[in-house]
Design a protein around this ligand. Structure first.
Ligand code: PLP
Length: 441
């Protein structure tokens, strides 16, 4: 197939998100096509996707079931209003999703992104307490180093300084428990860290400060991805669950990265055996093909809204594109692909091989920690004094030149390939990365 224009003439107009714009525009990195595990660049190179795009292309690229579903849908029903009207695919998708969700979560609200899923979940939590007559519970608790997207609710409960400091006072009534990263005790742990379950007790400190009667919900990523892949210490999530139960606080798991197979099961709620009250998802829901998010809720939370006169809207929230037919088709094609290829559990099957290959890099220069679970991994580098992020960014640029896409956050390299990766491709990934790390200043 011929590609008409592979390099635009003018790069100025597009203000790129989360990008060093000036650096990129001097030396652009352009992807022009993708298939399965690889991107093709505009200079004709095959680049192995070590990050599933942005943690989203879990089924790999250009998968036939998804392409076919989208093509058919866009020709059949491109759009239907999302408010007061429906279409068959959105109901079909919700039913399929609740089948793979934890057993008490039988209702789904659709959004268009992880950020919107988070806003939806936070609003649901506050409104839930209000509809059942406990309207003083409005406070939201996040966690230091948490990432919950970029909207105001998400950055308020989030805990990444650079995502917060430019944007004023953020939402009121928000507080944070401490993060769980503890290299001193847990460096080079394979799987879940032994130490740190007690960090969950920090919630008790905030309860003592604010009183539980003012707290609506706690939101955490079961595995904190964007901040640099921080695994939950053993027993930590259960401890959070217990404290929330004790004080009537809702527990929200942000599974935007961990959902849809990344950790070795459909959701980390199953993998870690701790079920939240509300669960936010996006990314792997459509394998990144069409923007879509979904918020799963426990039955009694949904049911609490279903009261009052039946002609009245129960929840004043929703998006023009909630449950867009083409997005639904992409999600159904994605779920079919996951099912037919066993992808939701493939990370568990490959985890041992992945872990060994990843930890083989532990003695390379500047490496101060390596961590992993399922098909996710991180290599933390010692920052260059006075120039944080530069060492990892250099690794990113060098890896890209050597046909490997990795992701960096701060001085941490994060790896999360599509779930279809082969053992040979895992070998290529870590051989290439090893060579790149050896050459780093
Ligand atoms: C845990 C988590 N929540 C929310 C988001 C935001 O998702 P989006 O970029 O689709 O808005 C992300 C994105 O990486 C995420 O990792």
């Amino acid at each position: 197939m011929s590609k008409s224009i592979t390099r635009p003439n003018n790069l100025e107009a597009f203000w790129m998100p989360f990008t060093a714009n000036r650096q990129f525009k001097q030396t652009p990195r352009m992807m022009v096509s993708a298939k399965d595990m690889h991107y093709t660049t505009d200079d004709g190179r095959q680049v192995l996707d070590g990050t599933a795009g942005l943690w989203c292309c879990n089924a790999g690229h250009a998968r036939p079931k998804i392409i076919e579903a989208v093509q058919q849908q866009v020709a059949e029903l491109d759009y239907a209003p999302a408010f007061q009207l429906g279409h068959p695919k959105v109901f079909e998708l919700a039913s399929e999703l609740v089948e793979i969700a934890p057993s008490s979560m039988n209702h789904v609200f659709f959004t268009n992104s992880g950020s919107e899923s988070v806003e939806t979940a936070l609003k649901m939590a506050i409104a839930y307490h209000r509809v059942r007559g406990d309207g003083a519970r409005t406070r939201l608790i996040g966690r230091e180093r948490g990432y919950h997207g970029v909207n105001f609710g998400g950055i308020s409960v989030g805990g990444i300084v650079s995502n917060r400091k430019m944007f004023g006072t953020l939402l009121g009534g928000v507080d944070h428990i401490r993060h769980t990263h503890d290299i001193t005790r847990n460096a080079f742990t394979k799987g879940l860290p032994e130490h740190g379950a007690e960090f969950a007790d920090d919630l008790e400190r905030l309860i003592a400060l604010h009183d539980a009667s003012t707290i609506a919900a706690v939101i955490v990523e079961p595995m904190a991805g964007s901040t640099g892949v921080l695994m939950p210490p053993k027993g930590y999530l259960q401890r959070l669950r217990d404290i929330c139960d004790q004080y009537g606080i809702l527990l929200i798991f942000d599974e935007v990265i961990t959902g849809f197979g990344r950790m070795g099961g459909a959701f980390s709620a199953d993998v870690f055996g701790v079920v939240p009250d509300i669960m936010t998802t996006a990314k792997g829901l459509t394998s990144g093909v069409i923007p879509m998010g979904a918020v799963f809720v426990r039955d009694d939370i949904h049911d609490a809204f279903m009261t009052g006169p039946e002609h009245l809207i129960e929840f004043f929230h929703g998006y023009t594109y909630s449950g867009n037919p083409v997005a639904c088709a992409a999600a159904l094609g994605t779920l079919a692909t996951y099912r037919e290829e066993g992808l939701l559990t493939r990370a568990a099957e490959l985890a041992g091989y992945w872990e060994d290959a990843l930890h083989s890099l532990r003695d390379l220069p500047h490496v101060i920690d390596i961590r992993n679970y399922g098909l996710i991994g991180a290599i933390e580098l010692e920052p260059i004094a006075g120039e944080p992020t530069k060492r990892a960014f250099t690794a990113f640029l060098n890896a890209f030149e050597n046909d490997l896409l990795i992701r960096t956050t701060g001085d941490i390299i994060a790896l999360s390939p599509p779930l279809i990766i082969s053992k040979e491709e895992i070998d290529f990934l870590f051989d290439t990365l090893g060579r790149v790390l050896k050459k780093l200043d």
